[in-house]
Design a protein around this ligand. Structure first.
Ligand code: BES
Ligand code: MN
Ligand code: ZN
Length: 500
């Protein structure tokens, strides 16, 4: 789909479908929507007066100008309540409008920037949110289906703004958002792919492809490489895997040690059977999403490279299946991580923290200013925060925590702080090793985070994304399936980074 920015009035746009908007409760349209209303002889006002349209978020009214303007249809998207208005309402209103346009077979769509007029959101931010809602709502994963749902392809989307002074900000936002969306799509595609396709090898291939396309350094370490790094915890999980494991290292500005270094780490379990501590059959297929953290890191690295952020950003993704075969690691095994710490295996299903332990130790090679890991780590995170609400956030650094909460609020990829209290460490003390990999029934989200903390020695944040990586029902701009959670959040966080 072509994205274009045009200065002018929306009622004059050369498109088959134009999109305007209205807040809930407005009876007389103003601004650009008012101009369209006038051109149509008061048709929008009549839609409201007749009770056919209220401006509720998600609601879309349809009008046919019959020659009064160039477009053959006008969509009026509800912005919801003006008192609560924010960027998320822009995303949702844009998503509802574009889905309606697609349903009606629109090919050339033009829209005003929701929120940049009367609501006075900064034009750049409003544009970004509108494009996120638009492009992410149109995302479709076809997979291996031979008979696809026949949806018309929207050929162009024009952003029409009458105020000359806003055009530059809008153009900039379009370029930034293109990069961000490209990253989100990488993450969604990888998570949506079946586990026999999105293998550790394929994760490595995608990483190499991204690196080649955008000039990143990349290393895809195999079993022997990991053995050379003494990654005993990661290799323990990989022992039972038929698919060869890959440990992905991607570097943006890799040699620029003068720049602040941020390391991103993503859990890349391409399928989690639980291993010898095997999961029940019911719902096990969902564990194909257990590499969502790694997928988010790959997607973020793509966006970071496209944006050419002035930072040294390192992406690490330890990838492997967690399977149960004759070579698989066992409960009661004791293994040694790359920092020399010994781990007693209580459950082979607590595999995420095992592979992350070695990745977090590896991160220290870069002398990072901050390390952020993303992992579909625990069912307990879903119990604590619910499904598709927020990721659990743990951090050893107050500033880092605040920055992530702020980035989460802006992007609506929300993260919520949970405590790293020593009490949780009590539960993972071992009699036979330095630490054990499970703390039992209660507080699983906290004990898993305390386990990871034992392998860090820099400002660190952990995001438990178990509840937000996948979406069963489909929401405004997130079709059912992978959400791509983390890419927009991390890019926002990195774009706001200020060196001290
Ligand atoms: N990948 C799972 C966590 C998970 C559960 C993600 C549901 C998404 C949805 C993880 O590896 C796991 O199995 N965690 C165990 C830990 C326990 C054995 C200590 C859990 O949460 O039950
Ligand atoms: Mn598991
Ligand atoms: Zn897992």
């Amino acid at each position: 789909m072509d994205l274009v920015v045009r200065q002018g009035s929306i009622q004059a746009a050369a498109a088959d479908t134009i999109i305007v908007n209205l807040f809930k409760g407005v009876t007389i349209p103003a601004g650009a929507s008012g101009a369209v209303d006038q051109a149509l002889g008061g048709a929008i006002g009549e839609l409201i007066a007749g009770g056919d349209f209220s401006g509720k978020l998600g609601e879309v009214g349809v009008l046919y100008p019959r020659g009064a303007i160039a477009a053959r249809r006008v969509l009026v998207t509800g912005l919801g309540e003006q008192e609560k208005f924010d960027l998320e309402q822009v995303r949702k209103a844009a998503a509802a409008a574009i889905k309606k346009a697609q349903e009606l077979g629109a090919r050339r769509v033009a829209s005003i920037v929701h929120g940049a007029g009367i609501a006075r959101l900064p034009a750049g931010l409003a544009t970004q949110a509108m494009l996120e809602g638009t492009l992410l709502a149109l995302y479709q994963f076809d997979g291996a289906r031979h008979e696809r749902e026949e949806k018309t392809e929207i050929a162009s989307f024009s952003i029409v703004e009458c105020d000359d002074n806003k055009i530059e900000a809008i153009n900039q936002a379009v370029e930034i958002t293109r990069s961000i969306i490209a990253g989100v799509i990488v993450a969604r595609d990888l998570v949506n792919e079946p586990p026999n396709v999105a293998t550790p090898t394929r994760m490595g291939e995608i990483a190499k492809q991204i690196a080649k396309e955008h000039g990143l350094n990349v290393v895809v370490g195999d079993r022997a490489w990991a053995a050379g790094q003494k990654m005993g915890a990661y290799l323990a999980v990989a022992r039972g895997a038929g698919e060869p494991p890959t440990f992905i290292v991607m570097e943006h500005n890799g040699r620029r040690e003068d720049m602040d270094t941020i390391v991103l780490v993503g859990k890349g379990i391409t399928f989690d059977t639980g291993g010898i501590s095997i999961k029940k059959a019911d719902g096990m297929g969902e564990m194909k999403t257990d590499m969502a953290g790694a997928a988010a890191v790959l997607g973020t690295m793509k966006a970071v490279a496209m944006l050419d952020l002035p930072l040294r950003v390192i992406g690490l993704a330890p990838c492997t299946e967690n399977m149960a075969d004759a070579h698989a690691y066992r409960p009661a095994d004791v293994v040694t991580a790359s920092n020399g710490k010994t781990i007693e295996v209580i459950s082979t299903d607590a595999e995420g923290r095992m592979i992350l332990a070695d990745a977090l130790v590896f991160a220290n090679n870069y002398r990072p200013k901050a390390v952020i890991d993303l992992a579909t780590l625990t069912g307990a995170a879903i119990v604590a925060l619910g499904q598709n609400v927020a990721a659990g956030l743990f951090s050893t650094d107050d500033w880092l925590r605040e920055q992530l909460v702020t980035a989460g609020a802006t992007t609506h990829e929300r993260v919520w702080p949970l405590p790293l209290w020593d009490d949780y460490h009590e539960a993972i003390k071992s009699d036979v090793a330095d630490i054990k990999n499970s703390g039992g029934q209660y507080g699983g989200v906290g004990t898993s985070a305390m386990f990871l903390k034992a392998f860090t020695n820099y400002p660190w944040a952990h995001l438990d994304i178990a509840g937000v990586a996948n979406n069963k029902k489909g929401k405004a701009y997130t079709p059912a399936g992978a959400t791509g959670f983390g890419v927009r959040l991390l890019v926002e966080f990195l774009r706001n980074w200020r060196s001290d």
